[in-house]
Design a protein around this ligand. Structure first.
Ligand SMILES: [Zn+2]
Length: 360
């Protein structure tokens, strides 16, 4: 068994060679132990983070394993009004397993790639189990190939879903190969936990709540990159007219849920409610409804890799405030592909689709 001959045929002159019969990474049947279904506690996260792939590639695989990758099925489960069907084949519900492994479109790319993997057709194939097998049986380089290809497949899916354009298979393989060419240092889970002060890749999130007597409470949040490019926005509405402090804490909780649903893991969140930021930082006793909401938020906090929560004055929160007001008209909405018209004057520079697709 020549496990160590697994490689990506990416030559030094930058050309990409199509598979001519390379070795396999996985056998359909083998003696290696596999983890039991759905037992995420036994998932080898340390191994996942140790693979030599660039951080955003590993982030994407991590999100896929945690089932927080924003597939249509995942967004629908989070209560968003989206079509469940796979944007690529139009035949089945788009779960993570479908989008990355079982979709006929994904399979065509896997087949054309230099890594040969076994993808069972079984309807209850669990993505985390499948990746567990890859991590257990594959060599590090082979696994990096698999990860890079998954990221390229997700990129291809997003271009298809948001731009209605079909990335050629060769281009998809070339993308994966280009990431493989970048050797990043091995990152341990510990490094990631400690890297929370290194927030250069965090997106910026503003949220706000708005009260309208006789109608209820509106929520809004907006996500931009550090240069101010629009990445996404969402609104929601609560039919109760909440006390203003409770409204801010509820908006915070809702906002964290939205971020988790769309798979954002590195954030700097900004609130104009000083009491909320102070309650978050102070921790301690939770004996009021307000504090119970803060505690809920702390529970949601675990889905983020890098997280900062800051206070800024109200003037800096105009776009989120506008969204919270618009919520009364539009209800529950999510904008991921383009900047809504009503925000054009409040957000600049304008939306750049490439940033949206490359969401992490
Ligand atoms: Zn499909």
């Amino acid at each position: 068994m020549q496990h160590d001959s697994l490689f990506w045929p990416y030559s030094k002159d930058g050309t990409y060679t199509v598979k001519t019969g390379y070795n396999f990474i996985l056998k359909p049947h083998g003696s290696a132990p596999s983890t039991s279904t759905g037992q995420q506690t036994t998932f080898n996260w340390k191994k996942l983070w140790s693979i030599q792939a660039i951080p955003r590639v590993k982030d994407m695989v991590w999100r896929a394993v945690k089932n927080i990758l924003p597939t249509n099925k995942r967004l629908a489960e989070k209560g968003l009004d989206v079509d469940l069907i796979c944007p690529q084949c139009g035949l089945e519900e788009e779960s993570v397993t479908h989008a990355i492994l079982q979709c006929e479109e994904a399979k065509r790319v896997w087949f054309a790639s230099p890594v040969t993997v076994h993808i069972p057709d079984s309807v209850d194939l669990d993505f985390a189990d499948w990746i567990s097998n890859v991590l257990t049986r594959g060599e590090n380089d082979g696994i990096a190939n698999v990860f890079n290809l998954m990221f390229a497949l997700w990129r291809r899916r997003n271009v298809w879903a948001f731009q209605q354009s079909k990335m050629p298979i060769e281009e998809t393989l070339g993308l994966a190969a280009s990431w493989y060419a970048i050797k990043s240092p091995t990152t341990s889970v510990q490094d990631l936990v400690q890297s929370q002060n290194n927030d250069s890749q965090n997106v910026i999130v503003h949220f706000d709540a708005s009260l309208k007597s006789g109608v209820g409470t509106g929520f809004g949040c907006i996500v931009t990159d550090r240069q101010g490019h629009f990445l996404g926005a969402a609104t929601s509405i609560d039919s109760e007219l909440l006390d203003s402090k409770i409204a801010e804490a509820s908006a915070f909780r809702w906002c964290l849920g939205v971020l988790e649903a769309i798979g954002i893991t590195h954030v700097d969140i900004v609130s104009d409610c000083l009491e909320l930021v102070q309650a978050w930082k102070r921790g301690g006793i939770y004996n009021t409804y307000f504090h119970a909401l803060v505690k809920d938020c702390i529970g949601l906090y675990s889905s983020f890799i890098s997280f900062n929560f800051k206070h800024k004055s109200r003037e800096n929160n105009a776009a989120a405030n506008m969204l919270a007001n618009v919520a009364f008209d539009v209800g529950e909405q999510l904008w991921l592909d383009e900047l809504p018209q009503f925000l054009v004057n409040l957000v600049s520079p304008p939306a750049d689709l490439a940033d949206v697709v490359d969401f992490s």
